[in-house]
Design a protein around this ligand. Structure first.
Ligand SMILES: CC(C)(COP(=O)(O)OP(=O)(O)OC[C@H]1O[C@@H](n2cnc3c(N)ncnc32)[C@H](O)[C@@H]1OP(=O)(O)O)[C@@H](O)C(=O)NCCC(=O)NCCS
Length: 144
């Protein structure tokens, strides 16, 4: 297995949605994850959207972003038949390096409370858990 990390393009859209489904990662096909919205985000200057490819097949992806102060790791997913081989680690390291190159030195992610695997993975990747922060949002539509 030789995994290649590259930028995601909008041509990956269908494979990306299939990957999220295969990895059982909830996404918003009628909200921020429509093809149109992903197309608008993908080349944005705050986006570091990466693909992991094995022999031309999309086997992993991450939607890295930053807000100018802090970097965010979103939607990290690896295909079940490629998990536990270090692909998530490669994707996160690449996002972190690109953030470092922008002068950003803090990286964050939000993990749903049922997702013990993800918590273990981010712990292994050197992230610290904060139980004293509660997530608030304001949504203009329920499925945004
Ligand atoms: C989370 C996910 C992306 C991890 O991908 P992966 O490629 O299997 O992870 P890696 O192989 O790079 O593993 C990174 C580290 O986490 C550990 N790890 C990975 N999966 C693990 C698991 N199920 N249980 C315990 N440890 C695990 C690895 O051993 C490794 O640690 P190490 O370097 O100390 O050995 C993958 O399980 C996935 O797609 N899950 C479903 C989607 C999801 O929940 N995404 C997170 C959203 S916040």
């Amino acid at each position: 297995m030789v995994v290649n990390i590259r930028n995601l393009t909008i041509d990956d859209y269908e494979a990306l949605c299939a990957l999220w489904e295969e990895a059982m990662l909830p996404y918003r096909p009628n909200g921020r994850d429509t093809r149109k919205n992903i197309a608008a985000q993908i080349d944005g200057e705050c986006s570091i959207y990466l693909a992991a490819e094995d022999n031309g097949r999309l086997v992993g992806a991450v939607l890295g972003t930053h807000d100018g102060r802090k970097g965010w790791i979103n939607r990290l997913a690896v295909a079940p038949d490629h998990q536990r081989r270090g692909i998530a680690a490669l994707l996160v390291q690449e996002v972190e390096q690109r953030l470092i190159d922008l002068g950003i030195e803090i990286f964050a992610c939000q993990i749903e409370d049922w997702n013990d695997t993800s918590m273990t993975v981010f712990d292994r990747l050197g992230y610290t858990r904060h139980d004293d922060i509660i997530y608030f949002t304001k949504r203009l539509r329920p499925d945004v």
